[in-house]
Design a protein around this ligand. Structure first.
Ligand SMILES: NC(=O)c1ccc[n+]([C@@H]2O[C@H](COP(=O)([O-])OP(=O)(O)OC[C@H]3O[C@@H](n4cnc5c(N)ncnc54)[C@H](OP(=O)(O)O)[C@@H]3O)[C@@H](O)[C@H]2O)c1
Length: 292
């Protein structure tokens, strides 16, 4: 799907690094077909020496010479980056954006109502190729373009396709979810230490237990409740532990965490999209977006 395609990566930061590492590891792209741009020379040197990709400081030049443009800068600088891209009327590149909270309509308003945009919400586990990414396609995005975006993120984990309006819930679940799970692992290990295990053993056992349980859910496709019942024998130790978790309202608390993070993500996204745009494209973009 990506063969022969040139990809410009605007913003050679952490997310871009995870994606480039995954794409190259999977052999999905040739390093010679990637160009990364950044304002930070150290990041560019790191990308050149680590991945053998081309690097540069000129976003527009890199974008114009590519088929796919990955916007991987922080949301705070997206306006400036969009202004610098100076899209021409015959611009046909696919834009893939990972900028949290920046809507497809905002990207189109900043570039042109004709650009094709796929918005992605990955998570930091992409670094170890176990990312969870949701994609949403903007107006006019073809099935082939969606597949291209899907292949890019499947190089670093699993992908689902959702409506753009669901991306805040994705942020609340898998975006922030890694932090909730770190907290759970820490607590599980603390429990082991409390009961006499060494910290190193407790942490390894806790992390491996979460990894193994997650793999069981993904690979068997069974409902987690069914898998849980298989571990909890009548009158046994696991049931005593589960009872304690219920008394601490674990499930209600986790559901509440996803809800709170989703609401917060929505607010942050609205704030990020409020500062906008001088482009005359705005009204047509709003029209296109309202039809989605
Ligand atoms: N990390 C994640 O797990 C994750 C998950 C989901 C979504 N995202 C999204 O991914 C995007 C990147 O996040 P990140 O964690 O990779 O951030 P990051 O490490 O700060 O990377 C962004 C890079 O862009 C550079 N940059 C700033 N202005 C630029 C410009 N005008 N042109 C080109 N490059 C420029 C930054 O340089 P300076 O540092 O010198 O400014 C930095 O090296 C964000 O929008 C974030 O919302 C990240």
């Amino acid at each position: 799907m990506l063969e022969g395609k040139k990809i410009a990566i605007i913003g050679a930061g952490n997310m871009a690094e995870a994606l480039v590492a995954g794409l190259l590891k999977q052999g999905a792209v040739d390093p010679g077909r990637l160009v990364a741009t950044d304002v930070d020379s150290q990041r560019l040197a790191h990308f050149r020496t680590t991945f053998g990709v081309q690097v540069g400081r000129d976003n527009q030049k890199a974008a114009q010479a590519s088929d796919i443009i990955l916007l991987a800068v922080k949301p705070q600088v997206i306006d400036e980056v969009l202004r610098g891209l100076k899209v021409s009327p015959d611009f046909s590149q696919l834009i893939v954006t990972v900028a949290a909270g920046i809507s497809i309509a905002t990207i189109m308003a900043g570039l042109s109502p004709h650009v094709r945009v796929v918005r992605a919400m990955p998570n930091t586990a992409s670094v170890v190729l176990e990312g969870a990414t949701a994609l949403a396609g903007g107006p006019g995005v073809t099935e082939e373009q969606m597949q291209i975006a899907q292949v890019m993120f499947e190089a670093v984990g699993h992908v689902v396709v959702v409506k753009e309006s669901h991306l805040d819930a994705v942020t609340g679940l898998s975006g922030g979810g890694v932090a909730y799970v770190y907290t759970f692992i820490e607590a599980l290990a603390d429990g082991g230490v409390k009961m006499g295990l060494s910290r190193s053993h407790a942490q390894l056992l806790a992390a491996q237990t979460v990894l193994g349980a997650a793999k069981m859910v993904r690979e068997t496709n069974e409902h987690p409740g069914v898998l849980k019942d298989r571990v909890a024998s009548p009158g046994g130790a696991t049931m005593a532990g589960l009872h304690q978790l219920e008394q601490g309202r674990l499930r209600g608390t986790v559901i509440g965490a996803v809800e709170s993070a989703t609401i917060r993500s929505r607010v942050l996204g609205q704030q990020a999209c409020e500062v906008r745009p001088s482009s005359s494209a705005t009204s047509s973009v709003k029209h296109a977006a309202s039809k989605r």
